[in-house]
Design a protein around this ligand. Sequence first.
Ligand SMILES: NC(=O)c1ccc[n+]([C@@H]2O[C@H](COP(=O)([O-])OP(=O)(O)OC[C@H]3O[C@@H](n4cnc5c(N)ncnc54)[C@H](O)[C@@H]3O)[C@@H](O)[C@H]2O)c1
Length: 249
Amino acid sequence: MRLEGRRALVTGGAGGIGAATCRRLAAEGAAVAVTDLDLDGAREVATEIGGGAYELDVRSTDSIHAAVGAAESDLGPLDVLVNNAGYDEFGFFVNTDEAMWDRVLAVNLRGVIAVTHAVLPAMQERGSGRVVNVASEAGRLGSPGSGVYSAAKAGVIGLTKAVAGESARYGVTCNAVAPGPIETPLLMSAPEQFAEVGERVVQNMIAKTVLRRLGQPEEVAAVIAFLASDDASYMTGQTLGVSGGMGMI
Ligand SMILES: NC(=O)c1ccc[n+]([C@@H]2O[C@H](COP(=O)([O-])OP(=O)(O)OC[C@H]3O[C@@H](n4cnc5c(N)ncnc54)[C@H](O)[C@@H]3O)[C@@H](O)[C@H]2O)c1
């Protein structure tokens, strides 16, 4: 029960890593605001864990402020923010266009910036808080078939360090996780979308891990819960690989 009495908001909490994170934070004692574009999905998770469900589209500042305001008035001031919502369109970079760049950057980079901007000031004022960003090994290694996504995730790692540096004096830490290939709807849609490579896209990612398997959302959630807890009190600005050893190859 490391998170007893803490209030957490998770973006993209309806599915995959986000849902596993909501379950894990709640199991460790936190009151959780499950937010997502998909309100029905968020409600399902919230019902299961006894948290609140809120519609939050990370691409819209209005939506962010409405959801953060509602969550804070229901649960109280937020102690933990998990920027998890993410999205990709797989394919070779040469086949992308401006509209695709905007869609992918809007969720994976601008979305993290906007939600953090909405939540951080109150944490700094209160003198405590934990921000955990879900980046990706794609942001450190570059993932073929995910060029714009890789750029966005590298941006999240940069933001993590800058926010950590600015927030330290206020007792707020900011860290990131960099998952490798995790068995979620996002990854499992890759073979269909990335028709040129098909099934090999996932097999190629597995081959880059040392553990030679896909990870499970719960294995990422466990590290996010650690970074959200007091056990990580002397860590900030870090990006932890949760990727079966992918980053060391
Ligand atoms: N699955 C992987 O292999 C993998 C690897 C590295 C990083 N990640 C990252 O982990 C995070 C979670 O991904 P996942 O694999 O669980 O994906 P997922 O598709 O299973 O879940 C993503 C969730 O985000 C929500 N979402 C999408 N767009 C949104 C928006 N505009 N506003 C709010 N919510 C939105 C979706 O509705 C969904 O519930 C993402 O940031 C992703 O980039 C995933």
